[in-house]
Design a protein around this ligand. Structure first.
Ligand SMILES: CCCCC/C=C/C(=O)SCCNC(=O)CCNC(=O)[C@H](O)C(C)(C)COP(=O)(O)OP(=O)(O)OC[C@H]1O[C@@H](n2cnc3c(N)ncnc32)[C@H](O)[C@@H]1OP(=O)(O)O
Ligand SMILES: Cc1cc2nc3c(=O)[nH]c(=O)nc-3n(C[C@H](O)[C@H](O)[C@H](O)COP(=O)(O)OP(=O)(O)OC[C@H]3O[C@@H](n4cnc5c(N)ncnc54)[C@H](O)[C@@H]3O)c2cc1C
Length: 710
């Protein structure tokens, strides 16, 4: 590190081994070394510099993105990077681009929904970037309601082709990233029609543009949908519009792993469940949870370093003013966000494990864990992106006025990040799904034997409804197996220190979630028509889903050994599966003081939630007002313990200044001179007298002066 380290005094206070924490944050030594190497590679390459991005006009900005994407690909080939290394490199380039959709959705869709032959044909082309793909699902009229899509794919047995058509304006594909200007191919989702019969929505590989001159193929109309929120930000992406006028594609370009259309136009269902058509979304939602911890940690790193640099008030006898990080209000806003960054990191690791596990099972024709994977990815995507978007804005406020400058990096981070609350499923719709299950089920609330046929029950509601049936809940809902205990238990916290017991915190969160679920299930049972009940109570159901998802983040309960065979996992998996925050602490984590810091963060995460959602905990009788007050006392004490380690805890994210892209978050804390320097780079400062002055302001001044003299 060159130059003076203005944060050295802060780093000297550190009470733990930062290098060891870097490994914990990265997930493994291998991941740390690899990401560190790629981050430095990108930061040291002038072609990847991002200075002034927020000042560029759309065309210039977009061209710049194309240049960087091409340069990244060139470096990947030159250095013969592995797929993993290439992924990290693209990540550190830090600019949304068409390649995100090519690697992040187009390829996974073919892998997940294509037959072996289709994979053999299309994947090599995609891997070598001989074609560029995107994911065209959403339409102008429908995004959330996938079954409401209007684009049609009608089988023509005479030519052995599908005819892809956009029958209405609202059926125009609208939003797909990479579609507007770059993609040559797309996975297009359309209603399958054979022999005059509809067979639901399926994916089709459609070529959009000529591989020679990049012109749209006949019958295809395409373009960009226009500027989006913020400067720079997501405007580097060509989100597009697309309509089809009776486009023909060969039959074998329908992704046929789930359903096969024969030469005669007969539909043959494979043994794979229909829901796998939605599999790409499960994959991407899982990656979005991991990305949430990255975006959140970037914002927190900026706000924490700046809070240690910034001083306001409190100077005595001409001495230094107080660092704003020492104000308890600043700590109570900042440290829970720091704790959330770590919490989301660990739950993201766990979700990745869950997804890998589900994928392996699917390959072995075991589909039993798919509903849980869907529910967890949907719920946690919603929980973590909502919290992260709010947190980035809070970090901006924590940086005072300077946080509002683009030079802080926070406005662009916010503008790039907020659509995560909408894409890959609107967060409210996903929470409703989290508790949703469309299967007919027997509705029976623990022991009441109050049976009702339901058209629509919900994932959590269904679990609760089956408690009396002898079916043991597994996975993330296993705690509901002890529902009777959880309905009756009394929190035995008597001192603030009692809140530092994992079992106490776990019990409080489990009891809150269980009681909320049971109360909602009881309310639902009062409705004659369950559909009406779900519609009427949906806001309450969302609250229960949030409580359940927060419990997963605080700690995924260790699974019982006597699970159904589908859920039983190898002992060798043991370390991978327990990645909830409390579970993480049970592992043997090397490095001086590391475990202690993680414990502090874990309790800050949990107790801050308890404070924020106090209404839930009090109204369900899980804790008393006195115990809530003790939790607050403990929180304040934890903030004091985190304070000397705050800078080191954000250093452990190992972000380069290039990646952070923030004058306020610089590693060396040299904020003011650099902020001053940055201001002079603004194009407005290219000339002393601005363009337009002589045209508009000068005549106005002159006129006023003349008037005054009259
Ligand atoms: C690289 C990152 C850049 C990101 C760029 C952004 C890309 C995008 O945004 S792509 C477009 C993403 N679009 C969405 O996420 C749409 C959101 N909507 C949905 O996901 C679904 O339509 C739904 C979850 C809201 C379901 O609607 P619903 O009508 O209730 O469900 P269906 O009747 O269609 O199906 C019911 C059946 O399927 C199960 N299920 C639903 N989704 C999944 C899934 N992803 N995986 C597994 N299973 C799923 C659902 O639980 C029902 O199950 P059963 O009860 O067993 O029938
Ligand atoms: C930056 C960005 C990138 C995108 N990239 C892609 C892409 O690459 N490919 C692609 O196919 N799509 C893409 N999308 C589209 C995205 O997936 C959809 O916008 C998203 O799924 C939300 O759907 P919607 O727009 O229809 O919202 P709507 O469903 O219209 O939501 C509007 C409001 O209605 C509420 N609502 C809707 N249904 C219900 C319900 N049943 N109960 C209660 N409330 C409800 C929602 O909560 C929300 O408040 C992208 C979107 C964005 C913003």
């Amino acid at each position: 590190m060159k130059g003076v380290d203005h944060l050295a005094h802060e780093r000297n206070k550190t009470e733990f081994d930062v290098d060891a924490m870097k490994i914990v944050w990265a997930g493994s030594r291998h991941a740390f070394e690899l990401s560190d190497r790629m981050a430095r590679l990108v930061a040291s390459d002038p072609a990847f510099q991002k200075d002034g991005r927020t000042r560029l006009g759309r065309k210039e900005l977009f061209k710049n993105t194309l240049r960087k994407a091409a340069h990244a690909w060139k470096r990947i080939l030159e250095l013969r990077l592995t797929e993993e290394e290439a992924g990290w490199l693209r990540n550190f380039v830090d600019e949304p681009s068409f390649t995100d959709l090519h690697w992040g959705m187009f390829i996974p869709a073919i892998k997940g929904q294509g037959t072996d032959e289709q994979q053999q044909k299309w994947l090599p082309l995609a891997y070598k970037m001989q074609i560029i793909g995107c994911y065209a699902q959403t339409e102008l009229g429908h995004g959330s309601n996938v079954q409401g899509l209007e684009t049609t794919a009608t089988f023509d047995p005479e030519t052995d082709e599908f005819v892809i058509h956009s029958p209405t304006l609202t059926s125009s594909k609208w939003w797909p990233g990479g579609l507007g200007k770059v993609s040559t191919h797309a996975i297009v989702y359309a209603r399958l029609i054979t022999n005059g019969q509809e067979h639901g929505v399926h994916g089709f590989i459609v070529q959009l543009r000529s591989l020679d001159d990049h012109m749209p193929l006949p019958g295809i109309t395409m373009g960009d949908i226009g500027m989006k929120f913020g400067n720079g930000a997501y405007n580097t992406m060509d989100n597009g519009v697309l309509t089809f006028d009776h486009i023909r594609i060969p039959r074998n370009q329908m992704l046929m792993r789930v359903l096969r259309v024969t030469r005669e136009g007969k539909c043959v269902q494979s043994n794979v469940p229909r829901q796998l058509i939605y599999g790409t979304m499960v994959f991407v939602r899982q990656t979005i949870v991991a990305d949430a911890s990255t975006a959140l940690s970037r914002a927190v790193c900026i706000a924490t370093r700046y809070s240690a640099v910034r001083r306001q008030f409190g100077s005595q006898d001409g001495g230094m003013e107080t660092q704003v990080i020492d104000y308890k209000t600043q700590q109570s806003r900042l440290f829970p966000l720091l704790a959330s960054a770590y919490a989301f990191r660990f739950v993201g690791e766990w979700l990745k494990w869950l997804y890998t596990d589900v994928t392996q099972r699917l390959q072995a024709n075991d589909f039993s864990t798919l509903p849980e994977a869907h529910a967890c990815t949907a719920g946690l995507k919603s929980l973590t992106t909502t919290a992260t978007a709010d947190a980035i804005e809070e970090c901006r406020k924590l940086c005072g006025g300077h946080g509002y400058l683009c030079a802080s990096g926070l406005p662009e981070l916010f503008a790039v990040y907020v659509p995560a609350c909408t894409y890959e499923g609107d967060n409210v719709v996903l929470l409703l799904q989290h508790i949703a299950d469309r299967k007919r089920s027997l509705y029976r609330i623990q022991g009441k034997r109050e049976e009702k046929k339901l058209e629509v029950a919900r994932f959590l509601m269904k679990t609760v409804s089956q408690l009396g049936s002898g079916k043991k809940p597994v996975g993330t809902t296993a705690y509901l197996g002890q529902v009777q205990d959880l309905l009756q238990c009394c929190c035995d916290v008597q001192t603030a220190e009692d809140w530092l017991k994992p079992s106490v915190v776990l019990e409080a969160f489990e009891a809150r979630s269980a009681r909320m679920c049971v109360a909602r299930a009881q309310n639902l049972s009062k409705f004659e028509n369950p559909e009406d009940g779900f519609a009427e109570l949906s806001a309450d159901l969302v609250e229960a889903a949030v409580a359940h998802c927060q419990l997963i983040v605080v700690s995924k309960r260790k699974e019982e050994p006597d699970l159904t065979p589908a859920m039983a996992r190898d002992e060798s998996d043991h370390h991978n599966k327990d990645e909830g925050f409390i579970d993480k602490l049970q592992q043997d984590i090397p490095g001086k003081g590391v475990n202690q810091q993680l414990q502090n963060l874990c309790y800050i995460y949990a107790l801050n939630l308890l404070h924020k959602y106090l209404g839930d905990f009090l109204s369900t009788g899980c804790i008393t007002p006195k115990q809530a007050s003790l939790a607050n006392d403990q929180l304040r004490s934890l903030y004091s313990q985190i304070r000397p380690n705050a800078i080191a805890l954000v250093d452990a994210f190992n972000y380069t200044d290039h990646y952070l892209g923030s004058v306020l978050g610089r590693y060396d804390g040299n904020v003011y001179p650099k902020l001053y320097e940055e201001a002079w780079k603004d194009p407005l400062n290219d000339s002393v007298v601005p363009d337009g002055y002589h045209e508009y302001v000068h005549p106005m001044l002159k006129q006023q002066l003349r008037n005054a003299r009259l």
